[in-house]
Design a protein around this ligand. Structure first.
Ligand SMILES: Cc1ncc(COP(=O)(O)O)c(C=O)c1O
Length: 403
């Protein structure tokens, strides 16, 4: 199985593929979007005022490393949320604001993956299915992306430790998304601890995509940084990513950060000094207020709880349904009745107007040595981001059409 080796060989991005799939097919009802992970809950109520207060900063070039207020707010949040120490969260050394996590997840490979690892072309390990940015990042850095299945047998997280030691020795970095998009699986502290130990043994970095950490069903998912602190790991092993897009329903503000060891952050800062687009000043200052407030996050989580309960109630008896641990997606196995996720997506669109995403648009076929097949093909991804009444209608239509 030959994987795409260049950017130009990659398939179209998931959403243009979805548009092409349903183009020319009339919707069977009013459009109900459940494909894109764009949270539609309330914005933090103080946002407008916070932006207006600092509007004058639009007249200044924003600092690459972020205003001190923003870095301090991020550090404070990391300490409160994950119990990290002051030493591990020094705002000058350990955190770096990003224009949303996507650009940081991409930049991480350029900044931190070397040209050679132990004399060989480096590998970057990626869960399969995955957030598509990881693959482009690995290819842009000249590394070989290796797509490691994250299916039911391994708790919907990739089992990197089971890979051949020679591959792990040339691995420069791994991406792990927890809570995972799309499967909703969570890496617990033990999982992170074992991964950090593996990274120590084979000398690679961990890019921990934790942007769904605040959307959970009661037990807050831990951070990789907590595990690193508890085991007194080399702080340069882990670079964790967080975002206001999911936590605070602000995908349009483009505000996130990465946190990790001082050398790692220095490399990110250097790359972005040359090629980055810093967050606009007013957005930095408003983001500081948003990271400091939890009331709006709690309120939004309560709405997600309502929707999780709705999913359990409406889809609970449907073959292929599995309640997610966290995040806001359902990863529904439709293979028993519909063959694959594309067929189910088309049927649902044609008969109801509900738009979901075929799982295969988020995955790659596996080579035989990794078990073959395509870990996304049997699934559709359903986003629970619309208002509860719309989600309820959508889930009911899904059950009646696909169940
Ligand atoms: C797994 C994952 N990582 C990162 C991102 C990027 O989010 P943002 O750039 O808005 O922070 C997303 C967005 O959908 C995502 O699903």
């Amino acid at each position: 199985m030959q994987q795409p080796e260049r950017f130009s060989d990659l398939p179209e991005y998931a959403f243009p593929r979805l548009r092409a799939l349903i183009e020319g097919v009339a919707a069977g009802g009013p459009l109900l979007p459940m494909s894109l992970g764009e949270p539609r809950h309330d914005l933090p109520p103080f946002l407008g005022e916070a932006l207006a207060k600092h509007a004058g900063l639009f007249g200044r070039y924003p600092p690459n490393e972020g205003y001190p207020d923003l870095r301090a707010a991020i550090s404070g949040w990391l300490r409160r949320r994950f119990g990290l120490t002051e030493a591990a969260t020094d705002p000058d050394a350990h955190v770096f604001p990003l224009n949303g996590t996507r650009e940081g997840l991409f930049a991480a490979c350029l900044a931190l993956v070397p040209e050679r690892k132990n004399g060989e072309r480096p590998a970057v390990l990626i869960p399969n299915p995955f957030y598509q940015c990881y693959a482009v990042a690995a290819l842009a850095a000249g590394a070989e992306p290796i797509y490691v299945p994250a299916e039911a047998e391994t708790g919907f997280l990739p089992d990197f430790a089971a890979l051949p030691p020679a591959l792990l020795d040339r691995t420069a970095a791994v991406y792990l998304c927890s809570p995972a998009n799309p499967q909703g699986a969570v890496a617990d502290l033990d999982h992170w601890t074992r991964l950090i130990a593996l990274a120590d043994k084979h000398d690679f970095r961990i890019f921990a995509d934790e942007c769904y950490s605040e959307i959970h069903r009661g037990t807050p998912p831990p951070s990789s940084l907590q595990a690193a602190q508890a085991m007194d790991a080399d702080p340069e092993r882990v670079l964790a990513f967080h975002s206001l897009s999911k936590r605070s329903n602000l995908p349009g503000i483009r505000s996130g950060f990465c946190a990790g060891g001082p050398k790692t952050i220095a490399a990110m800062r250097k790359l972005r000094a040359y090629a980055g687009a810093p967050l606009p000043g007013p957005i930095q200052m408003a983001s500081a207020e948003v990271w400091a407030d939890e009331a709006h996050v709690d309120a939004s989580r309560a709405v997600y709880m309502e929707k999780f309960a709705m999913a359990d109630r409406i889809l609970g008896n449907m073959e292929g349904y599995r309640p997610p641990e966290a995040g806001f997606f359902l990863w529904l196995d439709v293979s028993a009745r519909h063959g694959d996720g594309e067929a189910a997506t088309l049927k649902l669109w044609r008969e109801t107007g509900v738009r979901v995403l075929p799982g295969a648009y988020l995955s790659r076929p596996s080579p035989d040595w990794l078990g073959g097949g395509d870990p996304g093909a049997r699934y559709v991804r359903i986003a629970l981001v619309e208002r509860p009444e719309d989600v309820e209608r959508g889930l009911t239509l899904i059950r009646d059409c696909l169940g």
